[in-house]
Design a protein around this ligand. Structure first.
Ligand SMILES: Nc1ncnc2c1ncn2[C@@H]1O[C@H](COP(=O)(O)OP(=O)(O)OP(=O)(O)O)[C@@H](O)[C@H]1O
Ligand SMILES: [Mg+2]
Length: 336
């Protein structure tokens, strides 16, 4: 059991307030992902939870106990960073065993814990290797293993995959998904910039903006029902298209948001919006067509398969069914 409760948390550096009245309840065993623009306070919040940073005001509870004043090493929390920081002169086994040795664990206990963690992370064949003899993904898994052997109640990850190339990211993401399955009672909090990681790993996503919590919800809740223009524009890739001013008149809203996958090309200028194709991107499985309709930013329309429209072509499109989002002038959602 490791419920986490954050109440009215503020964090200031001098006179600058970085985290502003954060309230969050995380249930034991949940996988929570923090997302938000660079500088919004994700790492700071994680460091406050770990105890590496003090909280200016508010409370942090783990399992019903206020831990504001509890030392990081006594919180039952393990943290994995982007830079895995392994000891270069120690092999994989010794890197993973290090914290247990510091705790004077017995040889048998160390061996069984390290071997169990290595098996979970597909590292059993690499225990004798030095970090320099491993790929980036394997090194990051050793860093995770080093945290697992401590049997933490709460696992914190700060962008653990962002140093890896695309293929390794996918492979290591799958390892983390498996890890989550194999540690059902361990609470995990994971910071990422990667939309796919957030959508695929999270039980719930916390969207932070300027030190405040914008919205908390399951990936699909945030995708389907963003409660602000900010969340609408932040969750989803490519970014949601926004139609404002005259382009939103027909919808009786200050802004209409439509995801590129929810725009349907209409023949002969019969759609709600029309413009000229600027360029198209072929990704193989699908294509993104960038269209200038007179808005500040081009509108992105997704097409299945190869793009059949090219620069200069006229294109007209409408939302598919009810798959659009209306917002008022304050950026709050209006019911369709
Ligand atoms: N020790 C510090 N002293 C003063 N300001 C700090 C300190 N640490 C962080 N900040 C500021 O706090 C804000 C939040 O930083 P934080 O590292 O939490 O952002 P982040 O959301 O993790 O960003 P990124 O996505 O770039 O990692 C930033 O404006 C940063 O400059
Ligand atoms: Mg950060």
């Amino acid at each position: 059991m490791s419920d986490l409760k954050i109440t009215n948390l503020h964090k200031r550096y001098g006179s600058v307030e970085i985290l502003k009245d954060v309230n969050l309840e995380i249930k034991s065993g949940e996988f929570i992902v923090f997302v938000g623009p660079s500088g919004c306070g994700k790492s700071t919040l994680l460091r406050c939870i770990s105890g590496l940073e003090t909280i200016s005001s508010g409370t942090l509870e783990i399992d019903g106990r206020v831990v504001n004043e509890v030392a990081p090493s006594k919180r039952g929390i393990a943290m994995v960073f982007q830079s895995y920081a392994l000891y270069p002169h120690m092999n994989v086994f010794d890197n993973m065993a290090y914290s247990l040795k510091l705790q004077h664990a017995s040889k048998e206990e160390i061996k069984s814990k390290v071997e169990a963690a290595a098996a979970k992370l597909q590292l059993s064949d690499y225990l004798d290797r030095l970090p320099k003899q491993l790929s980036g993904g394997q090194r990051q898994r050793v860093a995770i293993g080093r945290a697992i052997v401590r049997d933490p109640k709460v696992f914190l990850f700060d962008e653990p995959l962002s140093n890896l190339d695309a293929a390794l990211r996918v492979a290591t993401r799958l390892e983390i998904a498996r890890l989550k399955e194999s540690l059902p009672n361990t609470t995990m909090i994971y910071v990422t910039h990667d939309q796919v990681e957030a959508m695929t790993l999270a039980d719930r996503i916390v969207v932070l903006n300027g030190g405040r919590v914008e919205q908390v919800g399951t990936p699909m809740e945030l995708y389907d029902n963003p409660q602000s223009l900010f969340v609408a524009g932040f969750i989803g890739s490519p970014k949601m298209n926004f139609f404002t001013g005259q382009f939103a008149d027909k919808y009786k809203a200050a802004t209409v948001g439509v995801r590129s996958e929810h725009l349907e090309i209409q023949p002969n200028g019969s759609g709600d919006w029309q413009g000229k194709v600027i360029y198209s991107e072929n990704l193989g499985s699908d294509s993104y067509i960038y269209v200038d309709i007179g808005t500040a930013e081009p509108i992105v329309v997704r097409q299945n398969g190869k793009a059949t429209y090219h620069s200069g072509d006229a294109l007209s499109f409408s939302p598919i069914g009810e798959q659009f989002h209306r917002f008022n002038a304050e950026g709050r959602p209006l019911a369709n």
